[in-house]
Design a protein around this ligand. Structure first.
Ligand code: GLU
Ligand code: MG
Length: 443
């Protein structure tokens, strides 16, 4: 439902002394991009007339067809509270369109919109609530990021141990000013690690919220002399950062994962959805865990999943059902990490869940024991499979899963896997510091 009309935007720009508007979109690898326009151009912006050169954006288009247009989603209009309050800056999140007006197939936001149209056609709304973890690191004398934290705190600790506390507070306040409802904010397990959770919403705006969230965290950390990173495993031997996604389907305002009379009060639809996620989680791992570094997080012992199992409580499982029921009933997927492109990951999760519903897939029995404590034989007896062990494996799993390549479309699948394969090849042929330390003298 549209909240803002073109006239509302024009009026706000004028009345609130907004001088710049950042027209933002996300590239296929999850990087936020923007073109800043001055207030004098706002009329052109709301009429979808702002152009950009797509050939300069990684994975977008070839040189010979490079002109693309930014179509702003007017509902995403928000003032950036960390910019000067005199001559303010606002953002508009945009869809990328071809010169003939058709949506550009390589725009991740369009991919998610199309996936949502498929679910809306069945009468459902897909909601997502992400939980992003991140690290705040100190910078050195020249302002470059380090991996030092100067913070010895742990899970749920608070001040004076927790040096990131005031930064976290500023982030929460800025986001609330932008209309976010912050549900929780706390120190995480590792030194220098934090988490801020905001309220779920429809998946499209949840993905938009994630992109703005990351920008806010990075900007406000920098203002406090810190460096924020969403890299999944910046420090070895301690917890990595996840982006757990809580998902639910609503129909006519009612949560259809909830069924008061069913086992665990979960509807058959919820079970099909879980089974769909488990059937395709290997296929979309290259999206949900897109970096070489992502696979350093997916190892036993750090509350990050590595095996395909679900549980109504157990945190070692890949899919967990958090306690709340009724309207709060949801499925939590624990594999994604915050370096992912949220538009593509939500589209993939939805396609996976819908496939489960369409095929009436049934999940394996719930795993109630700690899977980390099982050996390979015990896992094999229970038929528990692994997530891909590397980016290379994940790319192959993606290409072998037509449900996932189908939702991405041909253009985006090709561009994405080509970019990721280059990244993987580059890594495989690199000699790392670890290898040098380990072998240079001993051999
Ligand atoms: N940091 C853990 C991960 O990598 C999750 C910790 C938690 O359960 O919040 O997924
Ligand atoms: Mg957490």
């Amino acid at each position: 439902m549209a909240r803002y009309t073109k006239e509302d935007i024009l009026r706000r720009v004028q009345d609130e002394d907004i001088q710049f508007i950042r027209m933002q979109f996300t590239d296929i690898f999850g990087q936020l991009k923007n073109v800043a326009i001055t207030a004098s151009q706002i009329q052109r912006a709301v009429n979808n007339e702002i152009m950009m050169d797509g050939s300069s954006i990684e994975g977008f288009v070839r040189i010979e067809e490079s002109d693309q247009y930014l179509w702003p989603d007017l509902d995403t209009f928000a003032v950036l509270p960390w910019r000067p309050q005199y001559g303010k800056v606002a953002r508009l999140i945009c869809d990328v369109h071809n010169p003939d007006g058709s949506p550009f197939a390589g725009d991740p936001r369009n991919v998610l919109k199309q996936a949502l149209e498929a679910v809306n056609a069945l009468g459902y709304t897909f909601n997502a609530g992400p939980e992003l973890e991140f690290f705040l690191f100190q910078t050195d004398e020249s302002g470059r990021p380090t991996t030092q934290t100067g913070d010895e705190a742990g899970y749920f600790d608070l001040g004076p141990l927790d040096h990131g506390e005031s930064t976290r507070r500023e982030i929460c306040l800025a986001l609330e000013e932008m209309g976010y409802e912050i549900e929780a904010s706390h120190h995480e397990v590792a030194a220098g690690q934090h988490e801020i959770d905001f309220k779920y919403t429809d998946a499209l705006h949840a993905a938009d919220n994630i992109m703005t969230f990351k920008l806010a965290v990075k900007t406000l950390a920098q203002k406090n002399g810190l460096h924020a990173t969403f890299m999944p495993k910046p420090v070895c031997g301690t917890a990595g950062s996840g982006m757990h996604i809580n998902m639910s389907l609503f129909q006519d305002g009612r949560n259809v994962f909830y069924d008061k009379t069913a086992p665990r009060q979960l509807s058959p639809l919820a079970y099909h959805f879980i089974a769909g996620l488990l059937a395709h989680v290997q296929g979309f791992c290259a999206l949900s865990n897109p970096l070489v570094n992502s696979y350093k997080r997916l190892v036993p012992g750090y509350e990050a999943p590595c095996y395909l199992a679900w549980s109504s409580s157990n945190r070692s499982a890949l899919v967990r059902i958090p306690d709340p029921r009724g309207q709060g009933t949801r499925v939590e997927l624990r594999s994604p990490d915050p370096s992912c492109n949220p538009y593509l990951v939500f589209a993939a999760c939805l396609a996976a869940g819908l496939d489960g519903i369409k095929q009436k897939r049934v999940p394996p029995p719930e795993t109630t024991e700690n899977i980390y404590a099982m050996d390979a034989k015990q896992r094999a007896e229970r038929g528990i499979q692994n997530l891909p062990g590397s980016l290379g494996e994940a790319i192959h799993a993606l290409l072998a899963d037509p449900t996932i390549t189908g939702v991405l479309g041909e253009h985006l699948t090709r561009q994405y896997t080509a970019g990721k394969l280059r990244e993987w090849e580059e890594y495989r042929t690199q000699v790392s510091q670890w290898e040098l330390d380990r072998y240079l003298v001993t051999y």
